[in-house]
Write a protein that binds this ligand. Structure first.
Ligand SMILES: [Zn+2]
Ligand SMILES: [Zn+2]
Length: 208
């Protein structure tokens, strides 16, 4: 049955093509301003454990001064993200910026309202800030766990994952609350785990 054989071969080839497409995504992690090795390692750890992608640490750079919002003493997250996205990082598909500075977005009529992270959906850049991760006076190791989770969440957005309402899923919308991050399992739910950019393009209504 040559026809059946051809179809089977096509299915197998497509399957391999899909998994290769995801596994081949190359992630760069970059410090923006002073960031400790432990913090960078926490970001790399989150990306690798949750998404099974290898992350590489690149030399850091300073925060773009044009993104600083003096009245709030924090940086405009979208402006930093745009700067990060425009950097030509050869051999990498995504770049995750890590900063200890506070970041914010314009929300509910408030300028530069504080956030923990921001990312381009199915895009190139993500940004995480450690500034709000010590909330509640938690231990340094708990702060690192939070950083890993926020980084994996934002990385998930760059891979095309939208927010997910399933209880315990790492892609729950934190709405700026660290308690939401703490309440997740730290892992993707089954739906999100098998939700990949190529599926988003083929069937945008799967797992909304
Ligand atoms: Zn999110
Ligand atoms: Zn989910």
């Amino acid at each position: 049955m040559p026809w059946l054989y051809t179809q089977m071969l096509l299915v197998i080839t497509l399957s391999i093509g899909c998994s290769t497409q995801h596994n081949d995504i190359r992630i760069a992690v970059m410090a923006l301003g002073p960031v400790s090795d432990r913090q960078i390692d926490a970001v790399v750890d989150g990306v690798q454990k949750v998404h099974h992608l290898r992350a590489t640490i690149l030399p850091g750079k300073s925060m773009p001064s044009s993104a600083y919002v003096r009245s709030r003493d924090r940086y405009d997250g979208n402006a930093v993200l745009a700067d990060l996205s425009s950097i030509q990082v050869r051999d990498f598909d995504k770049v995750i910026g890590v900063t200890n500075f506070d970041i914010g977005i314009n929300r509910d009529g408030e300028r530069a309202s504080g956030i923990m992270g921001i990312a381009e959906l199915d895009g190139r850049a993500a940004l995480v800030s450690t500034h709000r991760l010590s909330f509640g006076g938690v231990s340094p190791s708990k702060q690192m766990e939070r950083l890993s989770r926020v980084a994996a969440h934002e990385c998930g957005h760059t891979l095309g994952l939208p927010h997910c309402a399933r209880k315990g899923c790492l892609m729950n919308d934190a709405r700026g609350a660290i308690a939401t991050i703490d309440a997740t399992s730290g892992r993707l739910c089954v739906s999100c785990r098998f939700y990949r950019p190529f599926r988003l393009k083929d069937d945008a209504l799967v797992n909304p």
